[in-house]
Write a protein that binds this ligand. Structure first.
Ligand code: MN
Length: 379
C-alpha cells in the first residue's frame, strides 16, 4: 500500500481518542469510515486481540478506502497517542555486530561475545510502564555512576546518555501458560512491527549491570512509534536472515525468510548520523518469540518485544552513539558545525524506517535537563 504506515490512536481537538490508519501525511478515521466499534477505543488492544483474519480483513478494507480516495484527517491537525497498552516489554540483544562492539567496549580484556550468545537470543525484561509514544520529552536520568578511575560511586545526572535504534513487534493474540509458541506460529500471534528507541544511560548501565543485567540505565524511558505497521503490509519484504553458526537447537530453527528488509536511519538534531538495515539482525523475530516462550511463559495482547540495537558492519551503520563514536573517542559531526559524543540537553533524536512503499512511523524524542539539586534528586 503506497504511503501506508500503520494503525494508531489519535484525537482531534477535544474529541475522544480513536483508532486510525496513517497513510502518508493523513489519517483514515476508522470510526468515521464505519469499520466497527472496536475502533472506538483509546488503544489498539481490542483490535489486536481479534486475530489474524480480522487484521487481514481490516487491512484489505483500509486499502479499498484509501484507493477510492476517502477523505483523510490531516496528520498535523491530530494528536497521536500511545498506540497500545503495553502489557510486558522484553528487549533482546540480537545484532551480532552490536553485541560484539559492546563486549569490546564494556569488557575490553575478554572475548567480546559471551559463550551463550550464538546459542540463544539474549534478552531481559524491561519496564512496560515507561514506554512512551514518539514526541514525548525524555528527562535526563540521574543515578549512581562510577567510572573505572573513581574509587567510589557518586550520584548525578547521566553524562553518557545514548540511543538504541531497534525494531519491535507487538503481540495481538496471547498464549496459554505452559504452552510454548513455536517459531512457525509467529504470524498467528504477532500483529505488527514498530520502531523503538531504547534510551540508555551508559554510565549508570556500566556500574549497575552485573550480574543481573540492565536496570535503571534503561527503565527511565523507552520511546515507540505512534503507528504500528501490520505484518501483512510487509510480506514482500521478508528475506533470508544471515547464516547462523552453530546451527541453533531445533526449537529455534525456522524455515523460510524471517529477516525484514527495512532501511533505517538515525537523525540527531537535524543531521543523519547513521544508516542501516534491519535484515542484518542475527536472531530473527520468530526466534525471539520462540525463545521467550519456550519455558512455557505465556504472552498476552500488547506485549512488546524489541530486537536490541541494530548495528551493521559498515562504518556509520551502528544504532547507538557509544558505537558510532567508539565510546566517545570519535565524536560525530553535526550539520551546524557542532559535534557530539553522547546526547546533550535540547538534542532531538528521530528514528526512521522504510521498506519499499511502506514507511514505518518515526520515533522522535528530545532530551530535557535532569531534575537535580546538588547531590540529590529534585523532589
Ligand atoms: Mn536495547
Amino acid at each position: 500500500m503506497r504511503g501506508g504506515v500503520g494503525f494508531g490512536v489519535f484525537s482531534v481537538g477535544d474529541d475522544a481518542p480513536r483508532v486510525g490508519f496513517r497513510v502518508g501525511e493523513g489519517i483514515l478515521d476508522l470510526v468515521a469510515a464505519g469499520l466497527g466499534s472496536v475502533f472506538e477505543s483509546s488503544s489498539l488492544n481490542a483490535f489486536l486481540a481479534l486475530g489474524r483474519s480480522s487484521w487481514e480483513d481490516t487491512v484489505a478494507r483500509v486499502d479499498e478506502l484509501v484507493t477510492v480516495g476517502t477523505e483523510l484527517v490531516p496528520l498535523e491537525s491530530a494528536t497521536a497517542h500511545l498506540p497500545f497498552e503495553v502489557a510486558d516489554y522484553v528487549d533482546f540483544y540480537s545484532s551480532l555486530e552490536h553485541a560484539t562492539n559492546l563486549g569490546r567496549l564494556f569488557r575490553p580484556d575478554a572475548e567480546p561475545l559471551l559463550p551463550n550468545w550464538r546459542h540463544l537470543p539474549v534478552g531481559y525484561h524491561g519496564r512496560a510502564g515507561t514506554v512512551v509514544v514518539s514526541g514525548t520529552q525524555v528527562v535526563r536520568p540521574c543515578g549512581q555512576v562510577k567510572s573505572p578511575q573513581d574509587a567510589e560511586p557518586r550520584f548525578g545526572p547521566s553524562t553518557r546518555l545514548d540511543i538504541e535504534l531497534e525494531l519491535g513487534f507487538v503481540v495481538g493474540v496471547g498464549s496459554r501458560l505452559g504452552e510454548p509458541v513455536a517459531a512457525s506460529a509467529f504470524r498467528d500471534h504477532v500483529f505488527g512491527v514498530l520502531l523503538v528507541n531504547d534510551w540508555s544511560a551508559r554510565d549508570i548501565q556500566a556500574w549497575e549491570y552485573q550480574p543481573l543485567g540492565p536496570f535503571l540505565g534503561k527503565s527511565f524511558a523507552t520511546s515507540i512509534a505512534a503507528w504500528v505497521t501490520p505484518l501483512v503490509l510487509l510480506e514482500d519484504r521478508f528475506v533470508a536472515s544471515p547464516p547462523q553458526d552453530p546451527e541453533p537447537l531445533p526449537y529455534l530453527s525456522t524455515a523460510g525468510d524471517w529477516a525484514v528488509d527495512l532501511d533505517l536511519e538515525v537523525e540527531l538534531s537535524g543531521t543523519v548520523i547513521a544508516r542501516g538495515n534491519a535484515r542484518s539482525l542475527y536472531w530473527t523475530m520468530s526466534q525471539q518469540l520462540a525463545h521467550a516462550t519456550v519455558n512455557g511463559s505465556s504472552i498476552r495482547t500488547g506485549d512488546l518485544f524489541a530486537s536490541g540495537t541494530i548495528s551493521g558492519v559498515q562504518p556509520g551503520s551502528q544504532g547507538s552513539l557509544i558505537e558510532l563514536t567508539w565510546n566517545g573517542e570519535r565524536p560525530v559531526q553535526l550539520a551546524d558545525g557542532s559535534e557530539r559524543t553522547f546526547l546533550e540537553d535540547g538534542d532531538e533524536v528521530v528514528l526512521r524506517g522504510r521498506a519499499g512503499d511502506v514507511e514505518l512511523g518515526e520515533v522522535r524524542g528530545a532530551i530535557v535537563p535532569a531534575r537535580y539539586e546538588g547531590n540529590e534528586p529534585a523532589r
